[in-house]
Write a protein that binds this ligand. Structure first.
Ligand code: ADP
Ligand code: MG
Length: 238
């Protein structure tokens, strides 16, 4: 388990500076939510931590290790994609095993991890199915299972609920909170949905225009918004 530190990080796409000298420390074990409107830089920030976007300037530390030039697969973080990105021709088990086999992990250890993840997510019954034989909620669970078996220092979620219907969204929210409670791994969760942020986060990072407006507990950002923007976006009286 490890702190994740963004230290004076900047990022441009072409000539456009989208992240400018941003610093943030995510504490080990916390559930942190990046909250902001569309285009506020949430995904870019998460993708920089995952290694899917380069960092132009500044440092990224994961567990004290400088990671800004480390390959995505070597960063010890696991991204859960919104579209699940499951391999359709593989079973659930094969989907979960694939990444581990690729890095040469021993089969005993792979089996232990898959069984553990299946137990945590209560999906032992699903291991031999293919993605086409699963519901949306079950597919998402497999995507999370595939992250769990990596035993990462942090899970990274980019709007994981936005493809789900309202009922499933609520249920998955509860399940994710329970998962965090059970395994205690750092979670960084991106959303534009204030309710998700308020109900799930230990701390919320409010982003606007690719800048941090405020970092605080749900209570703090709600009762003491640091700016007019935060007040308006969180929906509390200014
Ligand atoms: P969010 O996830 O909060 O909606 P993004 O991180 O996707 O925001 O985008 C932040 C800003 O960076 C936006 O202005 C967006 O247009 C821009 N941007 C994101 N990705 C790229 C890219 N690959 N090329 C150019 N501009 C991009
Ligand atoms: Mg986004």
């Amino acid at each position: 388990m490890a702190d994740i530190v963004l230290d004076h990080v900047s990022k441009s796409f072409g000539k456009v500076r989208v992240i400018d000298d941003l610093s943030l420390t995510v504490q080990s074990g916390e559930f942190i939510v990046f909250l902001g409107p569309s285009g506020s830089g949430k995904s870019t920030l998460l993708r920089m931590i995952a290694g899917l976007e380069t960092i132009d300037r500044g440092r990224l530390l994961i567990g004290g290790r400088e990671c800004q030039t480390v390959a995505p697969g070597q960063r010890n973080v696991a991204m859960v994609f919104q579209n699940y990105a499951l391999y359709p021709h593989m079973t659930v088990r094969e989907n979960m095993v694939f990444g581990l086999r690729n890095i040469g992990m021993a089969s005993d250890e792979i089996r232990r991890r898959v069984e553990e993840a299946a137990r945590i997510l209560e999906m032992d019954q699903l291991l031999d199915r293919r993605p086409s034989q699963l519901s949306g909620g079950q597919r998402q669970r497999v995507a999370i299972g595939r992250a769990i078996v990596k035993e990462p220092a942090a899970f990274l979620f980019d709007e994981p609920l936005s493809n789900l219907d309202a009922a499933l969204r609520v249920r998955t929210r509860v399940e994710l909170a329970e998962l965090h409670h059970r395994i205690g791994t750092t979670m960084i969760y991106v959303t534009h949905d204030q309710t998700e942020a308020m109900t799930m986060a230990d701390r919320i990072v409010v982003l606007n225009d690719c800048r941090i407006e405020q970092v605080g507990t749900p209570m703090e950002v709600y009762t003491a918004p640091a700016s007019r923007f935060v007040a308006g976006f969180i929906g509390s009286p200014a």
